[in-house]
Write a protein that binds this ligand. Structure first.
Ligand code: 7TS
Length: 406
């Protein structure tokens, strides 16, 4: 069944405004998506009627807030098909989820000479935590190269894997190139060498069906704000038997069973990794965002975005003088590109004047830019509420930029 995009757009108040006197065209969904009314309402309702701390009060509001926050955990479990809620750690986002794993494994797993394998096309948040882990433990960072197409060099990956590899950390979908990495193939190869696998799913969960049991990674992380939910909340899925062996991350309330000055004992999963009062409104907003995605249908979202990608790619080719950065066969709904002789920042500024929001610059992926010998790109990234008409507006603006600077 075809989606009624206008009906979906009607649910997003932000989209219905002018920017610089022009109707907003929002193509910066890779940075953060807009929020539907049901997410905004869930958060407003929580602060208007339900605000209370969770997991501690016997009073009505606290119990109600606890139930709602825990409903988000259960909704997430169902959404990604995790085995149990003990495997769903609620974090501030992908960045915190990766830092949590890097920090805990630095205390418990990595030793001098071990290898941590990442790829050239990672977001900084899946690079720097591992560099910090290496600094702390003497482990060595290894990097899977990327081909000119934007696809990972799988032969090099096989060669890099060895008995010293303790962890492979790669993204599911690249934020800079849109490449969908063959993680179904990569995960078993890593496991065969005894390495753990962390998948950065920040750009995948908003756009494609993720089943963590089928994928079988040891850790899978994502952020609510890129999937129509609020900022400051995200998920670390981890396999129970691995999370149980890991030491805690932040010390504080909530993550303990008993505290004595002689020593404390830690809480059961998932709370062992959730010290302090969490982002309760964020959790409630995440639950609403999952409901939104389920109501629209993740397959329908993927299909709509694939159509937008094909259309935008074709139209950009027709403009001429466009260099695409990342042309993987298997690509998600974003285009990263450069206009001949025009700085991305200049082009982005003109587009902004025309009401069009895209991302320009290194996209928090400087090593990708270095690999392609550029300092940045222009990136248009799509969500389910975007339309071909918006792409036409965008292409007209690109043509205008070309005339102005060309
Ligand atoms: N991993 C990937 C692949 C990402 O795209 C991002 C954010 C992150 C991790 C970090 O997520 P956070 O929610 O913890 O910040 N990517 C982008 C982007 O492409 N433009 O702005 C943020």
């Amino acid at each position: 069944m075809a989606l009624d995009i206008q009906k979906i757009r009607a649910q997003f108040p932000v989209l219905h405004q002018e920017v610089n006197g022009k109707p907003l065209v929002y193509f910066d969904n890779g940075a953060t998506s807009q929020k539907p009314q049901m997410v905004i309402d869930a958060i407003t309702h929580y602060y208007s009627k339900e605000n209370s701390n969770i997991h501690r009060g016997v009073h009505f509001l606290s119990q109600q807030a606890t139930d709602k926050y825990e409903a988000a955990r259960e909704a997430t479990r169902r959404f990604i098909n995790a085995d149990s809620i003990e495997e769903i750690i609620i974090t501030r986002g992908t960045t915190e989820a990766i830092n949590l794993v890097a920090s805990c494994l630095s205390k418990s797993l990595f030793k001098k000479g071990d290898e941590i394998l990442i790829s050239t096309i990672e977001h900084h948040s899946n690079i720097v935590p591992w560099q910090m882990a290496c600094e702390q433990t003497g482990a060595v960072l290894k990097v899977i190269p990327v081909l000119d197409s934007g696809e990972l060099d799988m032969d090099a990956y096989r060669d890099l894997l060895n008995e010293k590899t303790k962890l492979v950390a790669v993204n599911h979908i690249s934020n800079a190139l849109g490449t969908i990495n063959p993680i179904e193939e990569m995960i078993p190869l890593a496991h065969a060498k005894g390495a753990l696998v962390l998948i950065d799913g920040a750009q995948a969960v908003p756009h494609t069906k993720v089943d963590v049991q089928v994928l079988n990674a040891d850790f899978y992380c994502f952020s609510a704000h890129k999937m129509y939910g609020p900022t400051g909340i995200g998920i670390l899925h981890g396999k129970k038997e691995i999370l149980e062996k890991m030491p805690p991350y932040h010390g504080g309330g909530e993550m303990i069973k008993e505290v004595k000055f002689e020593g404390s004992t830690y809480n059961d999963l998932p709370f062992k990794f959730e010290g302090g009062t969490p982002n309760i409104a964020g959790g409630i907003g995440l639950e609403a965002a999952i409901r939104f995605m389920e109501e629209v249908g993740v397959e329908n979202i993927a299909k709509q975005e694939a159509e937008l990608l094909a259309y935008a790619t074709q139209k950009l080719k027709e403009v001429g003088g466009i260099r695409f950065v990342g042309e993987a066969k298997n690509k998600a709904g974003l285009v990263s590109f450069l206009m001949e002789g025009i700085h991305p920042y200049d082009a982005g500024t003109i587009l902004d004047k025309l009401g069009i929001a895209i991302r320009t610059g290194h996209l928090c992926a400087q090593p990708v830019m270095a690999r392609f010998d550029i300092t940045g790109t222009m990136r248009a990234s799509f969500a389910v509420y975007n339309t071909k008409e918006e792409i036409d507006v965008f292409i007209a603006a690109i043509n205008r930029v070309k005339i102005m600077f060309g």
